[in-house]
Design a binder for this molecule. Structure first.
Ligand SMILES: *Cc1c(COP(=O)(O)O)cnc(C)c1O
Length: 429
């Protein structure tokens, strides 16, 4: 698979390099030169396959040159070795597609675990690798668990201090061993900036074998395409005809993957790009002006991002496919409305969490007659236990993944959002 840098099209790399580098020159994102497709004749066959076989077929469309199907199958099986997504009926025409049944209870397990498999199998010389990543909540846990105890890999995760839920923090800051966690006195955007600065520092990058695991990494994005096909395979012929998918967006990786599934040939009628008050994209789609504001904290903290990294990929995809950005539906939801929507879902018999509730809200507001809607359940409600219990005035129980970690001490370091401080840390620890 060839990829080009969106900021400098003359920089072209293969899949292996794109996975290892994360970002290209000038911090440009990598984008596939060829956009593979699945023909309408192939599609029903692919939809009938089991999740692992189908995911192998889909990923093989992109990386057939660098990995045999047999080897890819083994990697996919290892990466997606957990309970598959579930489709839950909320109303007749709105269902939730729950992607949070992995080891860290968020959809990010798909991307992080596949990326870990790719790094492991591409690192033939067993060089030492440092994975540096920023998290607004769930990436940290997914990446930490995916690489936990992996040989030759050191993982460093930055997160905004006090801006992720207590349980999210417990999930990845209690592991130790090859996982180092650093709370930053700032916002997620500050963390993301520090990561970018580290990648810009060539010497540092080479001396510690720096690699990124953010949703900017192409391997994570590709893995996420697979569950859109799974969603489609689970709905009826009738529902397939007018399918609308509402995606809770932060860095816009999930939506990019969804759009890539459409570009492959999955006939999804429309997507809704859903954000909280950090609404740079909805405002852009509304008035054509890219005008990020200061990031504000909300109860859907994994979406507290005002400069979404993946957006240039979405623009590029629309350009390449000659799609019109006007076809992308969008909206933003305040905390007050998110709470209302959580209560509405509760009355419908479903306990959700703030991220999915935003997608639900925009879906139920925008779904037209004869359309069928799925909203993505991106994290398990128990990860936001305190918030949700307060809003719904009900008790929710913790799954074992969280129960096991809650009593363990936090092992995080803490630094100010200053690059020299991070650099010292990277070189010392
Ligand atoms: C990461 C995350 C999101 C945002 O996903 P992006 O791919 O960054 O847009 C939404 N909800 C939850 C629970 C998340 O962890």
């Amino acid at each position: 698979m060839r990829l080009y840098n969106l900021k400098d099209h003359s920089e072209q790399v293969n899949f292996e390099t794109a996975v290892k580098l994360g970002l290209g020159k000038k911090q440009g994102l990598f984008f596939p030169v060829e956009l593979p497709t699945i023909t309408p004749i192939e599609l029903p066959k692919i939809l009938e396959m089991d999740f692992i076989t189908r995911s192998t077929e889909i990923l093989s469309k992109f990386i057939y040159r660098e990995m045999s199907k047999e080897k890819l199958y083994e990697n996919v099986k290892q990466a997606f070795l957990f309970k598959h997504p579930l489709k839950i009926k909320i109303t007749e025409d709105i269902h939730c597609f729950e992607l949070f049944h992995g080891p860290t209870l968020a959809f990010k397990d798909f991307g992080a675990r596949f990326m870990a498999q790719m790094i492991l199998s591409l690192n033939k010389e067993h060089e030492s690798v440092t994975i540096l990543t920023a998290t607004s909540g769930d990436t940290g846990a997914a990446v930490a668990h995916a690489f936990y105890k992996m040989k030759n890999v050191r993982v460093i995760i930055l997160y905004p201090k006090g801006k992720i839920s207590e349980l999210q923090e417990k999930l990845f800051c209690t592991l130790g061993k090859n996982i180092k966690t650093v709370s930053i006195n700032g916002s997620f955007d500050d963390c993301q900036k520090l990561v970018k600065e580290a990648f810009n520092d060539k010497k540092l990058k080479e001396s510690i074998g720096l690699n990124s695991a953010n949703s900017i990494n192409i391997s994570r994005l590709l893995a996420q395409i697979c569950y859109y096909f799974e969603a489609f395979s689970l709905i009826s012929e009738q529902q397939r005809r007018n399918l609308v998918i509402a995606v809770p967006c932060g860095n816009f990786g999930n939506l990019t993957a969804g759009l890539l599934s459409k570009s492959l040939g999955l006939p999804i009628k429309s997507f809704i790009a859903c954000t909280n008050a950090n609404d740079t994209v909805p405002r852009f789609l509304d008035n054509g002006k890219w005008n990020p504001k200061k990031t504000v904290s909300t109860i859907s903290n994994a979406m507290d991002i005002s400069q979404p990294n993946n957006w240039p990929r979405i623009e590029e995809l629309f350009y390449r496919k000659k799609w019109d950005l006007k076809e992308l539906r969008f909206g933003s939801v305040s905390d007050t409305t998110t709470k209302e929507s959580l209560n509405e879902l509760f009355e419908l018999g479903y306990i959700s969490e703030p991220h999915a509730a935003i997608a639900y809200r925009l879906l139920r507001d925008q779904l037209k007659k004869n359309e069928f809607g799925l909203f993505l359940g991106t994290a398990h409600p128990a990860k936001f236990k305190n918030t949700i219990e307060k809003i719904l005035k009900t008790k929710i129980s913790l799954p074992n993944e969280l129960k096991d970690r809650i009593a363990l001490p936090l092992l995080s370091h803490n630094i100010d959002p200053i690059f020299s401080k991070l650099k010292t840390f990277l070189l010392e620890k």
